[in-house]
Design a protein around this ligand. Structure first.
Ligand code: SF4
Length: 239
């Protein structure tokens, strides 16, 4: 009996992890001239699909090395984060799975190992293995998303305006151009005015500078672990 890999015709290109996979972009640039909506719906909150979910799907679908194999796709959503995430399955076929296909068989399971964990359990296991909390947590953020996430709180907006003023200002300019604010109630600057910059971000400009670097050059583990300033703080973010 042939394995599914032998039944699959090769794709007309070869992709390795180091290479950039490009899709689309041939026609005119499409834009809604609107920010993604602050909504649980992925059709109006299009950033999650476009910037994250579809990117992973494309990587799995576009690389022949996943054909005829079993792949485990692991992500860290937790039920505690939102009612929407509470409904996610802990284990099951990934959206790119084609295990029943005779032509392009790709067996991909999706596992969410910390789905039932609470926040205390997350910090406990990081402490147990001495894993350094990501820098934004050390700067006071309670949950990590994209920088300048559409779900940002007023304190996060104030902190982000403080640590990345140019990028914040650029979004405020887009509000003018779109004639539509990111937050329904007011413009971004007014929104940030209602918040307070996280104390840790004010106190540690060195950490701010490192957090804004594109690559991490420091150690991953430490023998002097401490709970970050953002632990058990605001948990705003995508649902
Ligand atoms: S983290 Fe926020 S801005 Fe980023 S994709 Fe998710 S909802 Fe959109």
């Amino acid at each position: 009996m042939k394995s599914c890999a032998t039944l699959c015709p090769p794709l007309p290109f070869c992709v390795r992890p180091q290479q950039l996979v490009r899709r689309g972009g041939a026609g005119p640039i499409g834009t809604r001239l609107r920010f993604p909506q602050v909504s649980a719906s992925l059709s109006t909150r299009y950033c999650s699909a476009t910037a994250k979910i579809d990117v992973a799907d494309m990587a799995l679908r576009a690389q022949d090395r996943f054909l005829g194999r079993r792949t485990l796709f692991v992500t860290g959503e937790r039920a505690e984060e939102s009612p929407n995430r509470a409904r996610y399955t802990v284990f099951g076929p990934h959206r790119t799975d084609t295990r029943a296909s005779q032509r392009r068989c790709r067996h991909v399971d999706h596992w969410r190992p910390v789905h039932a964990w609470n926040e205390a359990a997350i910090w406990a296991i990081l402490q147990r293995y001495g894993v350094i909390p990501a820098l934004p947590y050390q700067l006071g953020f309670g949950r990590l998303s994209c920088a300048l996430c559409v779900f940002m709180s007023v304190d996060q907006a104030a902190t982000l305006r403080h640590i990345m003023p140019e990028r914040f200002a650029a979004l405020a300019v887009l509000e003018q151009r779109f004639g539509c604010t990111m937050k329904r109630e007011c413009g971004l600057h007014q929104y940030a005015d209602r918040g307070r910059v996280y104390g840790a971000a004010l106190a540690r400009p060195d950490l701010v500078a490192r957090a804004l670097e594109h690559q991490w050059h420091g150690p991953i583990v430490t023998s002097r672990w401490s709970m970050p300033a953002g632990a058990f703080g605001e948990s705003v973010g995508p649902g």
